[in-house]
Structures are given as structure tokens and as C-alpha cells.
Design a protein around this ligand. Structure first.
Ligand SMILES: [Zn+2]
Length: 196
């Protein structure tokens, strides 16, 4: 059992308000709701990755394309599951996911349909892992981090906000004129893609 003495130094941070841009509300994300929030957002991301505009720039920063953001979301799910296992010690008795192997270095060279499938597997494995968390697990700190208030619950909310926020930016980018195309037309010397 994980016993935490909530002194002023390690008291969990106050839950922030809903994000004014993507409307993600951390107060609605707890260990009971987090798995379905992840599954639902992943389904939305897969719809976006199946669209015709995956090479269009997203709104916001970094100035990645929809495809590049999709790759990043997939990798965040994979990395967070590993971090979760590290924070909780021995992995639980849950079947491993088919993790990404032989992935190209550059996000922009990846295939959107393949990324959507990999994202689905990574997010499903993570959602299953989140479903198995106990109340004590949710309050567990990561001793490797300098701020012990960053419990597993806080980090999970950060992750889900990142995924939802990037989805919001991707959709805005699809609806808006492609900023990089417009910039390249006006300033041909700036037609460089520094992301990958
Ligand atoms: Zn947001």
C-alpha cells in the first residue's frame, strides 16, 4: 500500500480549470473515466488520420502536420505505458501490446494508415493498463521526478489533455488554409520542412 503524508511540500496540485482551447476538463478525468476518455479520443484521432489532409499543418505549436502529431500521440501512449510500469514496479498480468518496431526516424515519412493502427494498439494497451489501476496506484508518485506532487493521476491527466489538445489543433489545421503552403507561396525561399 502506498502511504503518502500530504505535507505542504507534497500536497497534490489543485486541479486546473478546463482548457479554454480544447475544452478538456481535468476535473472529469479520474481513474474510472480515464480509460474511456483515452479510447474515445483515440477513435477521433484515427478518423483524422484516415482523412485526406494528413500532410496539412496543424494549428498551434509545434508546427507539425496532422500525420506528425498522430505519430507523436502514438509514441506518447507507448512511453507513458512504460513510465506507468516503472512507477508501479512489476508489470501486471496484462497481455503486451504490439509495440512499434522498425518505425522510420522521421514522422513525416510514416504511413498514416499504419500509424492509425499502431496508435489504436498502443492506446488500447494503455487504456487496459489504466483500467487495472487501484486508488493507491492513482496516487503513486514518480520518485525520479523532482516534484513529488506529480502523481500517476496528475500525469495521466496531463497526457490525456495533450492528446485531446493536439486533436483540437489537428482539426483546426484541417479546416484552416494550410499555413505552410501559404507561406511558401508568398516566400518561396522559406519552403523548408524542418520537422521529422
Ligand atoms: Zn487544451
Amino acid at each position: 500500500m502506498n502511504v503518502i503524508a500530504h505535507t505542504s511540500q507534497n500536497r497534490p496540485p489543485r486541479t486546473p480549470p478546463a482548457c479554454p482551447r480544447c475544452a478538456f476538463d481535468p476535473a472529469t478525468c479520474d481513474r474510472h473515466t480515464a480509460p474511456d476518455l483515452l479510447r474515445d479520443t483515440t477513435t477521433d484521432w484515427q478518423h483524422v488520420l484516415a482523412g485526406p489532409d494528413v500532410t496539412r499543418s496543424c494549428a498551434g505549436t509545434p508546427a507539425w502536420t496532422v500525420l506528425e502529431h498522430g505519430c507523436h500521440v502514438r509514441d506518447m501512449c507507448l512511453l507513458f505505458r512504460r513510465q506507468l510500469d516503472t512507477m508501479l514496479g512489476e508489470p501486471r498480468n496484462i497481455a503486451p501490446s504490439s509495440e512499434v518496431t522498425n518505425s522510420p526516424t522521421r514522422y513525416c515519412d510514416e504511413d498514416a494508415r499504419q500509424v492509425a493502427g499502431e496508435l489504436g494498439r498502443a492506446a488500447t494497451a494503455l487504456a487496459d493498463r489504466l483500467t487495472a489501476l487501484t486508488a493507491d496506484d492513482w496516487e503513486r508518485e514518480d520518485p525520479r521526478l523532482p516534484d513529488l506532487r506529480l502523481t500517476l493521476g496528475v500525469l495521466t491527466r496531463h497526457l490525456l489533455h495533450d492528446i485531446r489538445h493536439s486533436l483540437h489543433d489537428a482539426r483546426r489545421g484541417i479546416r484552416a488554409p494550410d499555413a505552410r503552403t501559404a507561406t511558401a507561396t508568398a516566400h518561396p525561399q522559406n519552403n523548408e520542412d524542418g520537422h521529422g
